[in-house]
Each structure stands twice: as structure tokens, then as C-alpha cells.
Write a protein that binds this ligand. Structure first.
Ligand code: NDP
Length: 272
């Protein structure tokens, strides 16, 4: 039986085992998928132990190991390289290990599956942390009109903009956004919602958007989602679909099959 796992610390909260077993059921695949708690500074040994088993085909990696995983693999996808972080590892037929970052493709696929096109759209990406780094390339790949990265610490946004380097990409501090600017899609990649805080941007920016996406998810709508709903934004989404989407991309990398997202998403939503 092909074996997979997710490494993290903590790991008990991980939805990955449920998601991947649901994908496997879609195809009648029989797989094993374990959640493995690794010591905080011991990812390399934990991964090496797991891959000693010849049936181990790949793994996911979550906090705090995404950077350690990027250093551990033999080669990186362009998204993983820009992010400096790996959430998916595949053992190749030659025995080498490839590292991917599927967060951005997960986000894009979630939006596209909801018929939200990104091409020619004006996108505002709030935040410049690890999640923002992971999504820039896949977002650019959809050929939006512009992407503006706005972060509380302006320098971090500028650095990400320089690293990703594209003509339609710019960066600024949150405080420099002007209320007269217009964005079609606003993606909140900050962790502010976890602290029940709103990124400090003008309401007019939010009210003018067609779609608001908060990468954070939970049982209840986040504060950012509630704020956007109060401002009558037509489409307000949380990041649960991105979570399922990134897992689907991992499954595709490992098993060359594209899982359907919505059944698993509905199942997961009930369990939040
Ligand atoms: P990081 O710690 O790397 O970055 C945090 C970012 O949030 C920084 O840009 C930081 O700004 C900003 N920030 C934090 N608090 C505030 C605030 N009060 N106001 C404005 N900006 C704020 O985290 P990640 O990028 O790894 O993750 C961000 C979020 O994305 C997390 O909440 C995570 O749960 C979610 N996520 C969801 C995924 C999904 O599948 N749905 C996948 C990956 C992440 P500054 O630089 O100024 O400190």
C-alpha cells in the first residue's frame, strides 16, 4: 500500500488525513496517511525515518517545518523556491526528493472552481508572510491586470515584490493604500483574523471589491469576512477551500489524479 503522512508540531489539529482519505475514496485508491508529530528541530530525521519504508511515496509538511523541508529536499518547484517553504514532498522514481508549495495553486483552484476568474482582475494581496510568498506565482500565472502586495511592515512587501519580480506587481505599506484605489479581489493572507483584528485599510477599498477572501477559516466567519459582509461585498470566502485545494494539488503531484473539491469541502465544513 502506498504510504503518505503529514509532519507538524502540533499535528492533532490537522485535517490532512481526513482530506486525503476522502480523495483516495473518490478514486477507489487504498492508501495509508498518517499524522506524525515530529520534534521541533528534528524534521530531517523524522522525514528520513518515514522514507526508509519503500512504500512511503510522499508527505505533507505543516508548521513549523516548511522551511526545514525546503532545505531537506533535493530540488524545489519555483513556488517553493520563492516561498522558501515546502508543504509537499514527493519521492521520485530515481529516489530523489522534490519539494513543492501547493498553497497558491490551492487558492487559485478554489477560486476558479467557484467561477471566480483572476485574469485581467485587479488584486490586492494583504500580507507578505509565508502564505503570501506561496501564492504569488500561481496568482501571477492567472494573468491578473495588477497585484498589489500591501503589508503592515512595508519592507517585507517590497522584498517579496522584488523576489517575485513581475511588471504587474507592486508593493506598499498598508498605510499607503489610498481609499480611492479600486480592487476587484482582495485576498487577506495576514494572520490578523486569528487575533480577531482587521488589517488597517479603508472600508472603501473593501466595499469596492467583488470578492473578499480570507485565508483563515474556522467554524464561524472571521472578523474580516463579517466586516466585508457588513459592507455588502457580493462574494465573501474563507480559506477552507484553499486548504482542500492545496491538498488536492499534493494528491495530483503524488498520484497524477485530480480530486474533486466540493464533496470534501462540504464534509470538512460540517466537522469544523
Ligand atoms: P506569517 O506569520 O508568515 O505572516 C503573517 C502576516 O500577517 C504578516 O504579513 C504580518 O504582517 C501580517 N499580520 C499579522 N497580524 C496583523 C495585523 N493585526 N494587521 C495587519 N497585518 C498583520 O504567517 P503566514 O503567512 O504563514 O500565514 C498567514 C495566515 O494564512 C495564517 O493565519 C494561516 O492560518 C493562513 N493560511 C491559510 C492557509 C489555507 O490553506 N487556508 C494556508 C497557509 C496559511 P507583518 O509582516 O507586518 O508582521
Amino acid at each position: 500500500m502506498d504510504k503518505y503522512a503529514v509532519f507538524g508540531n502540533p499535528i492533532c489539529q490537522s485535517k490532512s488525513p481526513i482530506i486525503h482519505q476522502s480523495f483516495a475514496a473518490q478514486f477507489g485508491d487504498s492508501i495509508s496517511y498518517q499524522a506524525i508529530l515530529a520534534d521541533k528541530d528534528d524534521f530531517a530525521q523524522a522525514a528520513a525515518r518515514f522514507f526508509l519504508d519503500p512504500q512511503a511515496r510522499g508527505c505533507n509538511v505543516t508548521l513549523p517545518f516548511k522551511q526545514q523541508a525546503a532545505a531537506w529536499v533535493d530540488k524545489l518547484s519555483p513556488e517553493a523556491e520563492l516561498a522558501g517553504a515546502v508543504n509537499t514532498i514527493k519521492r521520485e522514481v530515481d529516489g530523489s526528493f522534490s519539494g513543492y508549495n501547493t498553497d497558491g495553486i490551492g487558492l487559485v483552484n478554489d477560486l476558479l472552481a467557484r467561477d471566480i476568474q483572476l485574469s485581467a482582475k485587479r488584486i490586492l494581496l494583504l500580507g507578505a508572510g509565508g502564505a503570501a510568498r506561496g501564492v504569488i506565482h500561481p496568482l501571477l500565472g492567472q494573468q491578473p491586470a495588477i497585484i498589489t502586495i500591501a503589508n503592515r511592515s512595508k519592507e517585507k512587501a517590497k522584498t517579496l515584490c522584488q523576489l517575485a519580480s513581475a511588471n504587474n506587481l507592486s508593493a506598499c505599506g498598508l498605510a499607503e493604500l489610498e481609499q480611492s484605489q479600486r480592487f476587484d479581489i482582495i485576498i487577506n493572507s495576514t494572520s490578523a483574523s486569528l487575533d480577531n483584528q482587521l488589517p488597517a485599510i479603508a472600508d472603501q477599498l473593501i466595499a469596492g471589491a467583488e470578492v473578499i477572501y480570507d485565508m483563515v477559516y474556522g467554524k464561524e466567519d472571521t472578523i474580516f469576512m463579517r466586516h466585508a459582509e457588513a459592507l455588502d461585498v457580493p462574494v465573501v470566502l474563507d480559506g477552507l477551500g484553499m486548504l482542500v485545494g492545496q491538498a488536492a494539488q499534493s494528491y495530483k503531484i503524488w498520484r497524477a489524479k485530480q480530486p474533486e473539491l466540493f464533496t470534501v469541502l462540504a464534509q470538512l465544513r460540517k466537522q469544523l
